[in-house]
Design a protein. Structure first.
Length: 474
């Protein structure tokens, strides 16, 4: 190999120049993406990146190009496992520039698995990882992980929470415990986990308002406007339930993502703030201003919200000074998500979260976090929703089975903890319209007059019991 490099140096005089860095630094696989960092590539693609293989160099596919970073993909075939190859940058009329080297892994699939359905896939279909870290320590975290072969895919700032999100892929020989150990030394504020996707916790018979204590037919307009945030799918602000309602929409989706339909987000917004002119679609807290962070996207595997989008949604809501937030979603436990929810609590956010509809007693986020209020669903007979999750974290129950809510261009029956959570969110909006609200006072408010269901006292299905309004106070 040394003789080969010397021969190429004679052919391409600029080949031994230094100052570039290639990641991953460990072994790589055929058809894998690698990143080359430098400071003089130019703003647009100029020249070619070559892999110096025998009998002749291979021109690599360029995936991205900027002045400081070029991303390329290695060829699928023609490379030998265990062999080290040099990379060079060739430009017209100038000597080739040496960029560094890559070594092909002995095994093309060592410790490499495909991302499950509820985890964001990296470009090579392996699981993507997410780090939340203080902005001051972000570069240290990047350096530590890239030094072990991780590839930084993108970053996202969430300044209101004082954090930076890093999305990465790992080489086959780096695992999560090792990454956590590295970050514990290099960037102590960093928290890392898999990058999970969170799914919807998803003339009519009208029972919900009366069931929580409102007088049938009475409209409980807020005495003053209260900002209420939802992190959900897109909201159809032109729907009859929301005509006359102030709705501020903001998409936090990545440019490559395709948004979901508007059914879920519109139903959640309408249950909270539906206008009295909508009749049976009137919300529990008309007069609330809805701030909708649209975070759910559609893909071939279904609908869901990447954790980075959920975090960006919370950050946007903080810029709008929103302190009451509904999260009708459910997914895997995740350290990064838990840290983000904790940060939001310290900023004064009161987050109401749907328990989830997996018929499971395992903790699901965001409801399982101690920094949210977990809400389950019951039907008109006060029976628990058959698919509702359970657990010690469940705090309150609300109507959520066959509730009449916005659907399509009109209304329809909707069932799920997704539709119980916004009823609780609306009750907190009523309270906030009259006095300040913190997570602690929110819990006190909801426990006042609660109707105990199931075993006496708090239990793992109903929590403290069915929330009650004690009539609509004016």
């Amino acid at each position: 190999m040394k003789k080969f490099i010397l021969l190429l140096a004679l052919i391409w005089p600029g080949l031994l120049h230094a100052g570039y860095r290639i990641t991953p630094t460990g072994c790589v696989n055929a058809n894998q993406e690698v990143t080359i960092r430098g400071d003089n590539f130019g703003p647009t693609k100029y020249g070619e990146i070559h892999l110096l293989a025998q009998p002749q160099p291979k021109t690599l596919q360029v995936l991205g190009w900027s002045n400081s970073r070029v991303r390329v993909k290695l060829p699928k075939t023609g490379l030998t496992k265990g062999t080290t190859y040099d990379l060079s940058w060739g430009t017209p009329g100038r000597p080739a520039v040496a960029l560094g080297e890559v070594t092909l892994c002995q095994s093309s699939s060592a410790n490499r698995t495909r991302a499950p359905r509820d985890v964001v896939p990296a470009p090579d279909k392996s699981p993507e990882y997410i780090v939340t870290v203080s902005t001051a320590q972000a570069q240290a975290a990047i350096n530590a992980l890239e030094g072990e072969g991780a590839t930084l895919l993108r970053t996202r700032a969430i300044p209101q929470l004082g954090q930076t999100l890093l999305m990465l892929s790992f080489p086959g020989d780096l695992d999560l415990p090792e990454a956590r150990s590295l970050l514990g030394i290099a960037a102590p504020t960093a928290v890392i986990d898999l990058h999970h996707i969170y799914g919807f916790a998803a003339g009519p018979r009208l029972y919900a308002a009366a069931m929580i204590g409102d007088t049938p037919g009475q409209v409980c307009n807020l005495p003053r406007t209260v900002a209420v945030g939802i992190i959900d799918g897109p909201v159809n602000s032109a729907h009859a339930a929301l005509k006359g309602v102030q709705v501020v929409r903001h998409s936090v989706l990545l440019p490559s993502e395709r948004r979901t339909d508007t059914n879920h987000g519109t139903a959640v917004a309408g249950l909270i703030a539906g206008h009295p002119s909508a009749g049976p679609l009137t919300g529990i807290a008309p007069g609330a201003r809805i701030y909708a962070a649209e975070a759910f996207a559609s893909s071939r595997t279904g609908q869901g919200a990447r954790l980075e989008n959920v975090a960006a949604g919370l950050d946007w809501l903080l810029t709008k000074k929103v302190r009451i937030v509904n999260m009708s979603m459910s997914g895997q436990p995740n350290r990064v998500f838990g840290h983000i929810l904790s940060r939001a609590k310290t900023k004064g956010m009161v987050i109401v979260a749907a328990a989830g509809n997996e018929r499971s007693n395992k903790p699901r986020l965001p409801a399982a976090s101690p920094d949210t209020i977990a809400v389950t669903a019951v039907d008109a007979a006060q029976h628990i929703y058959s698919k509702a999750n359970s657990g010690k974290h469940i705090e309150f129950a609300a109507p959520g089975v066959d509730v009449w809510a916005a659907k399509g261009s009109g209304g329809g029956y909707r069932s799920g903890t997704s539709y119980a959570a916004p009823i609780v969110t609306a009750l907190l909006a009523r309270q906030a319209a009259r006095s300040g609200l913190s997570l602690a006072t929110a819990r006190q408010t909801l426990r006042r007059g609660v109707l105990d269901l199931g075993p006496t006292g708090r239990d793992s299905k109903f929590g403290h019991g069915l929330v009650q309004t004690q009539t609509c106070r004016r």
